[in-house]
Every structure is written in C-alpha cells, then in structure tokens.
Design a protein around this ligand. Structure first.
Ligand code: GCU
Length: 678
C-alpha cells in the first residue's frame, strides 16, 4: 500500500460507479506502438483489473472497442472535426478525453500526451468521478517540469530524508531498476517531463558519469525515463576536463576546452540520442566554475551550450551563486543580493539553449523568504524557478509541512516587471518575456524508504509539485483532496482530517521556528532543530543581528544593504518602508526594537512568544487529529505518521523553548501572559 504512493488503484466499491466503469472499460484498443503508448497500456492493464475486479483485454479493433487510445494522427479517422480543432492550437503535450455512455477516446498531440491522458482518466477513476460525459482538453502550462535528484554515487542523498538512493548503491548503479521504473510512473502520472539524476555537487567519481565508464548504465536509466516521457539530464563538474585528467585547464574560452566538451557531448549523444543536457552548479559553495579563469557565467554556460547545440541539448545553469566565505564582521555584504548582482548584468549574453535556474527566494528555501527579485528581471534570458520538495529547512520529512501553499504564494507574486499582472506564474510559464525555454525545477524528496518519502504525508508535496507545475490554477485544497483520496481512499473523515492537517502545516511550522521572515536559526550543517546563533558568526552570510534592543536585517536603501532596490515598484517601496512591509517579512528587511508594534497590533517580542506557544499547541492538535484516524488507516501508514508527529512535537518544544528563552534573555521583556520561559 504505502509503496504505491498515489497510484493505489484500490477496488471501486461504490457499485453504481463500478458498473459505469465496467461498461466502458471492457477492453482497450491501442492504436500505434510508440513506447509511451505501451507504457499507457501497461498502466491500464495494472490499474483497471485491480479497480474493477474484472478481466481487461487489449484489442486492435477500434470499431468494436468502447475504449480507444492513440495520438491524434493515428486516431485521425476516429476524431471528428471539433475534436481535431480542440487540439489544434495546443502544444505537443496536450491531451483530450472524450466520452459518452458508449465510447471513451483518449488522444493527444503526441504519444506522451496520450500517456498523460490515461493518467488523467485513472485519476478521475480513483476519485470516483463520472467518466461518461468527458470533454476535457488539457495542456501543461509550464514547458519544463523538472526534478533534480541530489543523489550521490555512494548511495547517499544530499539533503535526503527518505533513506538511500534508488539509483545508486556503493558506487554502483542499482542492479534492480524496478524502483526507478516505478518512480518514472509516479512522475509521469503528474506530468513531470525532465529529471537530472545526480547531485548538483558533482564529486570525483560522479565526474566520470559523462565517460564510457558509466554511460552504458546511464543509457539504461535514460531509456526507462524515456518510456514515460521524461528526459534525462546529468549534473556535470565544470572542471571535468581537468578532473578527468585530459587537460590542465577548464577555461571556457580556451579552444582545447571547447573542443573537449564538443567531443564529450558527441559521445554522450551516441549513447543517449535524446539526452536533455547539463545541470551546472558552478562557482557556488566551492564548486569549480568560470571565475577561476576570470570568466563570467555567460562565458561558462555558453561554452557548454555550443557543445550541446547541435543535439538540441540544454544547459541548465544554477544561479545559487554567493560568497560563502563571508566575514561576519563585514556588514556591507548581503547574501540576499548575490544572485541578482551576479546575473542581472549578464542579461542578453546567454545562448538560446542556456536556461538559468533561480531558487524561489534570495537565500535558500527557508520557511519564509521574499520572492527572488531575479526571476523575470532578465527579459532576454531563459529562466526557470527552482523549488525544494525535499524539506531541508522545513522539517526534513519528520515534521509535517505541506509546501503547495508556499509555492502558490511564490507563483502568485506580482513582480510588476512589465507592469501589473507580471506574476511569477506567468513569467515561468513563458508568457511575459516569450523566451524560448522556461519552466519549473525542484529538488526531489524521494529515497529508498518503502514509502518513498520518509513521512507518508510528504508524498503530497511530490504529487502537488507535479500537479501544480502542470496546472498552477489548481488550489492547494484541490491538490490535497486529490492526493488524499488516491492515497487513502474515500473515507470522508480521513479526507477532511488529513486535508485540514496539510493545509495548516506550513503555518504551524513557521510558528514554532524562526520568526517574521528572518530565517535560519537552525543547527548548522544538518539544518534540523534550533540553534539561534548557529550561523550568526559564520561565513555563510545568514544573520539575524539580534542584540539586547532588537532584531532583524536592515536591507533598506537608506541605512541597510540596499537589497530592496532589486525589486520593481511598488515592492521596492513596500519592502523598504517599515510602515508598509508585511509582518511575515518584517525581519528580513528591517532591524527593529523588540517592542516595535506589528500590523497585527502585537509587539515583535510578544508575537515571538505567542506564535511559539501556539505552534507547539498546534502540533499537539495535529497529533490528536491523526490519532482520531487510528481505525481508518492501515497500521503501517498510521504508525509511520504517528511516529513522525511525535518527533515533530519534540522538535517544536525545543524550538519553542530555545527561541522564547533566547529572546527573553536578550530583551528582558517578559511574556504578557506569564507563561514558562527558561
Ligand atoms: C543548500 C543545501 C546544499 C545544496 C545547496 C544547493 O545550500 O544545504 O546541500 O548543495 O543548497 O542548492 O546547491
């Protein structure tokens, strides 16, 4: 049960619904023999018999089949003009579901589109929807819908909280590829179309992934993903020519280096003709890059782009570039500024097949950050946004944190870069600057734990990431509902309870951790649990500047780092102005006294006390809610979540008491309600 995530395909118990499904789905006629169509057929052969408790065959005869699938070219003679027209102005991945009592057709603009259509049908069936009056045309809003695995060859996963890698074990490729295939199924069911399979930090041995030593095995993985419409990418080491011992420089303007990458790329494409391209973390946290040779990021990425260009490959170049060797005494350097300062001046210099990947916030996936001002700020450059499905700073899949509401807030942010309505959602969908490529990427949260995500409820984040990038108009509630029903069945109480838990989880997590947008305050290195000064005197550029009088980072233009100027109006003025800045981001932008009054009417210090007591109590509430489901959920999944919630409570307690005590000792201001502070 837990192994199948949201593709449970539980028997349909409602007899009326079952009857309807049985009638239409007696057999499937598959027209065409493309690999993704085969995958669609295979999925149906697993799902339908299980759900409908009956035999289900494949036929070649469209005239005697109620259920027909195939791409629009193969199905042309079965599609009337109106159906053809519906797909005509849609992209390659668009599908169409059309049905009445007697016939169900799934078609699309490509084979993979049909696979998406089949998954859509199976989703509807898992939701027990009526499938006899379908007239659905869908296409993904985002072009790139990517996942980044941070898996290392030794089997560990950087920031992985769900066990070891499903791809690698002890510097070998997993022999049994069943889980890779299942992962591909899950991903295609929510429309993911690209994956990079190794950590952005490319260590010594992984540098060899682009050589004959490992390409035959990577080819195998690529073909698994290809079957599900997912393109394979590799993270590469910018210094490869040196690390692999071929050259003594990796200077992107050196002819030998350029030729080396051209040859290398050609070789990769001999193994994987539809290879997606390179993901590159360069000049970031000790990774090599063009700076070593006094070149910039355009020089570096363009060199790789030229090598990939003849094969339609892409360079996905990450913008997580900042000085991680900062002197905390130096108050003029602001890590938040770094990505924009590095990349904005390079706008227009990148090749057409370079895509810049920008983290959603200017720091690093904190529970609360403003939206990165770099996204949309380079009108002549391809960009994608990067989210983190892995809960590095949001509870590490011990604590519950449903991230869809956070991502929705980011997508809804109106940058005003081209006037009102220039939202992140439209920018990354490519509708504002109309660059060739755009989309969304995210760090995955899966591992070889039997339930894939450590905490069973963390599956909702992976599911939701896919659904949201396909269709950002879906609400957090809709996504939660879909996921719960498919994962846990149709019990209304289970549905309502888990939905409520998920929807409040982000706020709860924010309540008991770092307050008012200031971020960090986590245990250095592991990033779980509180350590208020853990990063305060460190090189990483992540400070809160709390003293006896106040707290927060002054990023205003008059007295601070001037970071606010990276935003368009009205945000520049809003963030810069103490009277206008939203409470939840106050300490990200301003340094204020503890008695400063928030828009909520509370003082900062009282807000800190209140949210921390409340956050802890809310976790107690989550436990109570979950315990109420003990008879409605199978033992294993029930115990898995229960156990994690209990650990979450411990964590929340530690956060509550350390934060409250720290700020009480700093400020000397007592809690208005006289609660216990240590
Ligand atoms: C974070 C994370 C690192 C990761 C980095 C990145 O800093 O802690 O483990 O390598 O992000 O995105 O490159």
């Amino acid at each position: 049960k837990k192994y199948n995530m949201w593709l449970q395909y539980q028997p349909v118990t409602d007899s009326k619904v079952k009857e309807q499904y049985q009638l239409l789905l007696d057999q499937v006629c598959v027209i065409g023999d493309g690999i993704q169509l085969q995958a669609a057929k295979e999925e149906l052969l697993v799902a339908v018999p299980q759900m409908l408790d009956k035999k289900f065959n494949v036929s070649n005869d469209p005239y005697n089949s109620r259920f027909v699938i195939g791409n629009k070219i193969k199905l042309a003679q079965h599609l009337d003009e109106s159906k053809q027209a519906k797909l005509a102005d849609k992209n390659e991945e668009a599908f169409l579901l059309s049905s009445d009592e007697k016939q169900l057709i799934i078609t699309g603009n490509s084979d993979v589109a049909v696979l998406y259509g089949v998954h859509h049908l199976l989703r509807l069936m898992q939701l027990h929807a009526d499938i006899t009056q379908l007239d659905i045309v869908e296409q993904p809003k985002n072009q790139f819908r990517m996942l980044n695995q941070w898996d290392n060859f030794d089997g560990s996963i950087e920031r992985g909280y769900s066990g070891r890698s499903i791809f690698y074990q002890n510097n070998q490729f997993a022999e049994d590829k069943t889980r890779i295939k299942d992962y591909a199924r899950f991903l295609s069911s929510v429309g993911i179309n690209a994956i990079s399979i190794n950590n952005v930090n490319v260590w010594e041995e992984e540098t060899y992934f682009i050589t004959k030593k490992y390409l035959p095995e990577i080819q195998e993985i690529a073909s698994i993903f290809r079957t599900y419409g997912i393109k394979l990418y590799l993270s590469i080491n910018f210094a490869s020519p040196v690390t692999l011992g071929d050259l003594d420089t990796a200077d992107p303007l050196d002819q030998n280096v350029q030729n080396w990458w051209k040859e290398k790329t050609k070789e990769i494409y001999e193994y994987i003709p539809d290879f997606g391209g390179f993901v590159v973390k360069a000049d970031s946290e000790n990774r090599p890059g063009p700076f070593t040779y006094n070149r910039d990021h355009a020089d570096g990425s363009n060199m790789l782009a030229e090598a990939l260009e003849p094969f339609q490959g892409k360079v996905i170049w990450r913008c997580f570039v900042y000085n991680h060797l900062q002197d905390w005494r130096d108050r003029s350097t602001d890590r938040a500024r770094a990505a924009y300062d590095h990349f904005k001046p390079l706008d227009g210099r990148f090749h057409e097949n370079v895509i810049l990947q920008v983290k959603n916030g200017p720091m690093d996936f904190q529970v609360r950050e403003p939206v990165s001002p770099l996204i949309g700020a380079m009108p002549n450059t391809n960009q994608m946004i990067e989210f983190q499905v892995a809960q590095e700073y949001t509870g590490q899949q011990i604590d519950l944190c449903y991230l869809i509401p956070q991502w929705k807030e980011v997508l809804a942010f109106d940058t005003h870069i081209k006037g009102e309505g220039t939202t992140i959602e439209e920018i990354v969908a490519g509708n504002i600057h109309h660059n060739k490529y755009s989309g969304v990427a995210a760090v995955s949260n899966i591992g070889d734990d039997e339930n894939w995500t450590g905490n069973t409820l963390a599956q909702a984040n992976l599911y939701g990431y896919g659904r949201l990038t396909w269709n950002p108009a879906l609400t957090s509630e809709e996504i939660a509902k879909e996921w719960i029903r498919q994962t846990f069945g149709t019990n209304q109480e289970v549905l309502d309870t888990i939905e409520d838990m998920l929807l409040n989880a982000w706020e709860i997590y924010e309540n008991y951790t770092a307050p008012l947008g200031v971020g960090w305050m986590v245990t250095p290195g592991v990033h779980y649990g509180p350590n208020i000064d853990g990063y305060e005197y460190s090189k990483w550029g992540t400070y809160h500047f709390a003293d006896r009088d106040g707290i927060g980072v002054d990023r205003t233009k008059e007295t601070g780092t001037g970071y606010t100027e990276q935003y368009q109006e009205p945000h520049q003025s809003i963030y810069n102005d103490l009277d206008k800045v939203p409470d939840e981001l106050l300490l990200f932008f301003h340094h204020v006294p503890y008695k400063y009054t928030l828009k909520s009417g509370k003082t900062v210090i009282q807000h800190i006390y209140d949210t921390h007591y409340k956050g802890y109590e809310q976790v107690e509430g989550l436990i109570e809610q979950w315990n109420g489901l003990s008879n409605d959920i199978d033992r294993e999944r029930f115990e898995n979540v229960k156990n994690r919630l209990e650990r979450q409570l411990e964590n929340a307690k530690e956060w509550r008491d350390q934060i409250n005590t720290y700020f009480y000792r700093k400020s000397g201001i007592p809690d208005q309600h006289g609660r216990t502070i240590y």
